[in-house]
Design a protein around this ligand. Structure first.
Ligand code: NAP
Length: 295
C-alpha cells in the first residue's frame, strides 16, 4: 500500500482563499474591518519568525494585523495591562500572545486575563471548557486544522478508533475532544502509557503530538489508518546538516497507512490558516454577525 499524502499546504491555501472571500464580504456588507493583534515579549528568534508569519498571513487575506513588541525584561503586570487594553479595544477582534514568554511572566496569568471572546488561539480556560462541554467557542488552531485534514480523507468518523499521542493543552487534549465530538472512540496516550506501540496499532486515526523525531514506527500503525503527524523536530544528519521531521517515521508510514501528513507541509500550514479562521469567527461573534458558512 502507498498512502495518500494529505497535502496540508494545498488544503490550507484553499481555506485561506475562503477566508479572504469572507473577509471581503464582511467588509462590503457590514463595513467590518477585522483586526488581529499579536504580542511578542522578548526577542526569541523563532518566536519573531512565527509572529512575522502570522502578521503576513493575516495581511494576505485582508485582516488588519498589528504586532506589539515588549522587551524581554517586561514585567508580568505590564503584559497583563496591555492584554486588558486590547480586551477593551473594540477595533481589535483577535489577540494572541506568542508563547513561550520570559520566565518572569506566568503563561496562565495571561490566559486568565485574555478575553475569551478574543482568544483566537483557543487556549483560555473558558475556550477549553467550552470545547469540553460541547459548546460553541474558539478552538485551538492545531487540532482544528488536524480535523480538517482528517476530514479531507474521510467525512464521517463515527465509530472509528482514534489514538492521540500527547496530552498537551495546546494539541493533545483539544484534539481528543474534537475527535470525541466526531463520535470517535478516543484513547489518549502519553509518556506513561504502557506498550504505546500496541495502543497506537489499534487506531483507525492516529495523531502524534509528542515532539520526538520519528518515534512512531511503521509497525505501530494499523494498516489503512489515517496518520496525522503534528510533531516538528530537527533531525541532525550524518553530513552535519539537519532537516525537519515529524513524530512519525514517514517513509515507513507511507507503506502501511491509508493517508499520512508530511512534515513539513502537513499540519503546520493548517495551524496558521486556522488562526485566521478563528479571527474571522471571533470578529463575527463580537459584532453579532453570523459567521460565513463557507468557513
Ligand atoms: P508538549 O507540550 O511538550 O507535549 C508533549 C506530549 O507528548 C506530552 O503529553 C508528553 O507526555 C508526550 N510524550 C513525551 N514523550 C513521550 C513518549 N516517549 N511517549 C509518549 N508520549 C510522550 O508538546 P506540544 O506542544 O503538544 O507539541 C508536540 C509536538 O507538536 C512538538 O514537536 C511541537 O513542535 C509540535 N507542534 C506543531 C504544531 C504545528 O503547527 N505543526 C503546533 C503545535 C505543536 P506527558 O504529558 O506524560 O509528559
Amino acid at each position: 500500500m502507498t498512502a495518500q499524502l494529505i497535502d496540508g499546504k494545498a488544503i490550507a491555501a484553499a481555506l485561506r482563499a475562503r477566508i479572504r472571500d469572507a473577509v471581503r464580504e464582511l467588509k462590503s456588507r457590514h463595513g467590518l474591518s477585522i483586526c488581529l493583534t499579536v504580542v511578542l515579549v522578548g526577542d526569541d528568534p523563532a518566536s519573531e519568525i512565527y509572529v512575522r508569519n502570522k502578521v503576513n498571513d493575516a495581511h494576505e487575506v485582508g485582516i488588519v494585523s498589528r504586532d506589539i513588541k515588549l522587551p524581554a525584561t517586561a514585567r508580568e503586570d505590564e503584559v497583563l495591562s496591555l492584554v486588558r487594553e486590547l480586551n477593551a479595544d473594540p477595533s481589535v477582534h483577535g489577540v494572541l500572545v506568542q508563547f513561550p514568554v520570559p520566565a518572569q511572566i506566568r503563561q496562565e496569568a495571561i490566559l486568565d486575563t485574555l478575553s475569551p471572546a478574543k482568544d483566537v488561539d483557543g487556549l483560555t480556560p473558558l475556550s477549553a471548557g467550552r470545547l469540553m462541554s460541547g459548546r460553541p467557542g474558539l478552538v485551538a488552531c492545531t487540532p482544528q486544522g488536524c480535523i480538517i485534514l482528517i476530514k479531507s480523507v474521510r467525512q464521517k468518523l463515527d465509530g472509528l478508533s482514534a489514538v492521540v499521542i500527547g496530552r498537551s493543552q495546546l494539541v493533545g487534549k483539544p484534539m481528543a475532544q474534537l475527535l470525541l465530538r466526531e463520535n470517535c472512540t478516543v484513547t489518549m496516550a502519553h509518556s506513561r502509557t504502557s506498550d504505546l506501540a500496541a495502543v497506537a496499532s489499534t487506531a483507525d486515526i492516529l495523531v502524534a503530538a509528542v515532539g520526538k523525531a520519528e518515534m512512531v514506527k511503521g509497525a505501530w500503525i494499523k494498516p489503512g489508518a489515517i496518520v496525522i503527524d503534528v510533531g516538528l523536530n530537527r533531525l541532525e544528519l550524518a553530513s552535519g546538516k539537519s532537516k525537519s521531521v515529524g513524530d512519525v517515521a514517514y517513509s515507513e508510514a507511507l507503506g502501511i497507512a491509508a493517508a499520512v501528513t508530511p512534515v513539513p507541509g502537513g499540519v503546520g500550514p493548517m495551524t496558521r490558516a486556522c488562526l485566521l479562521r478563528n479571527t474571522v469567527i471571533a470578529a463575527c461573534a463580537q459584532q453579532e454577525h453570523a459567521p460565513p458558512t463557507e468557513l
